[in-house]
Design a protein around this ligand. Structure first.
Ligand SMILES: [Cu+2]
Length: 153
């Protein structure tokens, strides 16, 4: 028996008894239609904020909203967008980023990025840091983000 108030976190425990019925609760709608690719973190100066990039493809029939990110390597992770206003480049916090149905969104240098606010020693070129993307409705996707230098190497 599922309801609209179904909580994904409760699913993990219930999965033991509910089995496959728990695979696609209503609150996770859309997340299973997402594919992440090209993910990486750009580290320019150690300990200074680093940026995470990736592409999300949505093969489903419903828009999905990315609303946050978290990583043990980042201290705090925020959604940012680089913008140019009156010739001045700056970054602004973003509350949500839509991944349109049958579409895709790319986080890349000069645009959307995950700001890794307080990188740990794990954020060094050659290493890999897990990153969890959080979506409206409570769904999450976790992927390994390789760390590269400013040149993307
Ligand atoms: Cu930023």
């Amino acid at each position: 028996m599922r309801s609209m108030s179904f909580i994904p976190g409760a699913c993990a425990g219930m999965a033991l008894v509910a089995g496959v019925l728990c695979a696609a609760p209503a609150a996770q709608a859309g997340v299973h239609d997402l594919q992440i690719s090209g993910q990486w973190i750009r580290m320019v100066v150690p300990v200074r904020p680093a940026a995470g990039y990736f592409t999300l493809k949505n093969t489903g029939d419903a828009d999905v909203a990315l609303v946050g990110a978290a990583s043990p390597g980042c201290g705090m992770a925020m959604l940012h967008q680089s913008v140019s206003q009156n010739g001045v480049d700056k970054m602004v916090p973003v509350k949500k980023v839509k991944v349109p149905a049958h579409g895709a969104v790319s986080f890349k240098p000069g645009g959307y990025h995950i700001m890794c606010m307080k990188p740990t020693d794990a954020v060094r070129p050659g290493k890999v840091v897990p990153m969890t993307l959080k979506f409206a409705g409570g769904g999450t996707i976790t992927a390994d983000f390789p760390v590269k230098n400013a040149m993307g190497k």
